[in-house]
Design a protein around this ligand. Structure first.
Ligand SMILES: N[C@@H](CCC(=O)N[C@@H](CS)C(=O)NCC(=O)O)C(=O)O
Length: 203
């Protein structure tokens, strides 16, 4: 799908880190888009109209003027960032970026995003939440903190999609009852990436 003359529409829920990832990349690149607020809590991802666009019933979803439809936050980011410095040109560094993108989807997001959603949006008490979830979050944050020791960014010494994917929910860790002050490298990196993306500090 061509981004030239782009008339891109993003279906997204503003409370969702996955959706904000797409917004961050589009804004950084100056790609114009029409944002259609699509609430997960109001089940707007489950209407017949939305399911016709994305049978998976999930946001974010991007549609393009030439008929293309793209789901999955990291896939959309990759498309929007094609050919830019947000994706390392060096093959090894690019693979390292993918390593973190896959880890984000398989290990990070299912811990931090889920704990945040259950506590903040579903209002569950600690006794109603899977007791393994918080320890998983702590392991995720410890791994990130150790990786970031002496580093400014996850890969290549500069901002890449790995940082944008990982910052999306890490910056909301406090919503999940997690204190980033216990992870000083992560805390400093979150601030750095928020500043680079020109977004407000979430905490
Ligand atoms: N792996 C997907 C996850 C998308 C996802 O879980 N979206 C949530 C909001 S963050 C959603 O639409 N949930 C609605 C539902 O599953 O009914 C991505 O990165 O885009």
């Amino acid at each position: 799908m061509s981004l030239d003359n782009a008339a891109m529409t993003i279906y997204g829920d503003s409370i969702s880190g996955n959706c904000l990832k797409v917004k961050f990349v589009a804004d950084r690149r100056g790609i114009p888009y029409n944002w259609i607020e699509t609430s997960v809590l109001k089940a707007e991802t489950r209407t017949p109209e939305f399911l016709a666009l994305n049978p998976a019933g999930q946001v974010p979803l991007a549609t393009f003027a030439d008929g293309g439809v793209l789901a999955q936050s990291n896939a959309i980011m990759l498309h929007l960032a094609h050919g830019t410095d947000l994706i390392p040109h060096d093959a090894y560094e690019r693979a390292l970026m993918f390593q973190w993108l896959f880890w984000e989807q398989y290990s990070h997001e299912p811990a931090l995003a889920v704990l945040r959603f259950q506590k903040l949006y579903l209002g569950k008490s600690d006794s109603e939440i899977d007791p393994n979830l918080r320890p998983r979050c702590l392991r995720v944050l410890t791994l990130m903190d150790e990786h970031l020791a002496g580093k400014s960014h996850f890969v290549a010494g500069r901002l890449t999609l790995a940082d944008i994917a990982l910052v999306a929910y890490t910056r909301f860790a406090h919503d999940a009852g997690l204190d980033l002050a216990d992870y000083p490298n992560v805390q400093a990196w979150v601030r750095r990436v928020e500043d680079e993306l020109k977004i407000e500090h979430a905490n």
